[in-house]
Design a protein around this ligand. Structure first.
Ligand code: ADP
Length: 404
């Protein structure tokens, strides 16, 4: 007879209840409660065991909830998370890491990080963290995903002073880093665009001060150059202000029903000088009564920029046709010219700031290289889109849509 049986005999059924209860607790059934006897030490023991089971049960539920929360975060995080052991073997990775590592179609757990399709760069980070025992972070462009920029941090898992593994967290920062590059380009472009006319103004002013002021024949030419360059600076600053306003997110559109045909006629009037100089005729094909829901001033700016380009880049004696038609729930407005057109290679970038097909020609014509990007911004503010159809040598058709 063992000790339990002896005790059971001695203290009767209560002890049996306690043994049964203890076994159920040991098996994880913390909802079970030992029936509590009427009195004595065994009653206290039963109550204590029941209390303990209640506490452990609550803690286990809490821990399970935490585990589920972490699991959900791990699974759905936009960051890629990858855990390795001390030898660089992957022990866990979330779906984003699987995608990033090019491991969508197979089980990467148990494989060496360095052996993964996108692993070599991450692997060297893990090795650094594992060997130094300190976190490392840096940016990489994985060879397996050209154009993608990742911000990676590798932190060692340290237990009792020994490095047991490493957690890698990688965040896709392609968008922000592209934005940063664009910002840098923009600042460089603006500085360059400002510097050119300023240098010319400074040169002309110095020449005047050094004696050309007295030169009745050449003096006025320098003054005219200063004026020309100042106009150019003024145009540039105005265009920059328009861009910054359109991009600021503060731009408030005051939309009304704008009748297009008379607006085009008015704007054409503003271009009379250049149209007459180049003997260009304007054909307004917009149907009478055709209206769009737009901010009148911004829509005028879009049309002015397109008409101005259609005139500037047109040939002598050419033509500009403006047309409008319904396209689904939008109106599509097009400005067609008979100029030299735009070679296909330039078309994808033509709406970018400062992008010009022929820099010298644009400058000579008083261009800032910002007109089309202003058009794009303003049209997009209206919820529309822009485009161009052109083949070198056969004119261009610039178009935009706006909701009706
Ligand atoms: P710019 O001030 O130089 O005219 P834009 O942003 O308005 O700047 O235009 C960008 C470039 O696109 C121009 O420099 C020119 O090379 C080209 N472009 C724009 N419109 C036309 C057009 N109608 N025909 C031919 N080229 C054009």
């Amino acid at each position: 007879m063992n000790i339990f049986s002896t005790l059971k005999l001695l203290v009767g059924g209560q002890f049996g209840e306690i043994i049964t209860g203890s076994k159920r607790f040991a098996a994880g059934d913390f909802g079970y409660r030992i029936p509590v006897g009427s009195s004595g030490e065994l009653k206290k023991l039963s109550e204590t065991l029941n209390f303990m089971a209640g506490e452990i049960g609550a803690k286990m539920r809490d821990a399970e909830l935490r585990r589920l929360e972490l699991e959900a975060a791990f699974r759905d995080m936009s960051e890629a998370i990858l855990v390795t052991d001390g030898a660089g073997v992957i022990t866990r990775l979330n779906p984003r890491a699987r995608q990033l590592m090019g491991a969508a179609g197979f089980d990467a757990e148990g494989m060496r990080l360095s052996g993964m399709p996108a692993g070599p760069e991450l692997s060297s980070a893990a090795i650094k963290a594992l060997s130094s025992g300190r976190p490392v972070s840096f940016e990489i462009e994985p060879a397996a995903a050209p154009g993608t920029v990742l911000s990676v941090s590798a932190s060692p898992i340290v237990e009792d002073g020994a490095v047991r593994g490493c957690v890698l967290v990688a965040r896709d920062i392609t968008g922000p880093s592209r934005l940063e590059a664009m910002r840098r380009d923009f600042v460089a472009n603006v500085s360059h665009e400002l510097k050119t006319p300023l240098t010319a103004i400074r040169g002309c002013a110095e020449t005047l001060l050094n004696g050309a002021l007295e030169d009745r024949e050449h003096g006025p030419q320098f003054a005219r150059s200063i004026h020309e360059q100042a106009v150019r600076l003024d145009n540039l600053v105005n265009d920059l202000l328009k861009i910054s306003y359109a991009e600021s997110g503060r731009a408030q559109l005051e939309k009304t029903q704008v009748e297009l045909k008379p607006l085009v006629d008015d704007l054409g009037g503003g271009l009379a000088a250049i149209l007459a100089k180049k003997k260009i005729s304007v054909v307004n094909l917009v149907p009478a009564g055709f209206a769009v829901n737009a901010d009148r001033d911004r829509l005028s700016q879009v049309l002015i920029n397109l008409l101005d380009n259609a005139a500037k880049y047109n040939r002598e004696g050419g033509e500009i046709k403006i047309a409008a038609a319904d396209e689904g729930s939008c109106a599509k407005v097009s400005v067609e010219d008979t100029g030299a057109g735009i070679p296909a290679a330039h078309l994808p970038r033509i709406f970018e700031r400062f992008y010009r097909v022929d820099k010298a020609r644009s400058r000579e014509l008083g261009g800032t290289g910002l007109g089309l990007s202003i058009v794009k911004h303003l049209v997009e503010l209206h919820g529309g889109s822009v485009g161009v159809d052109s083949a070198g040598g056969r004119g261009s058709v610039f178009w935009f849509t706006v909701p009706k």
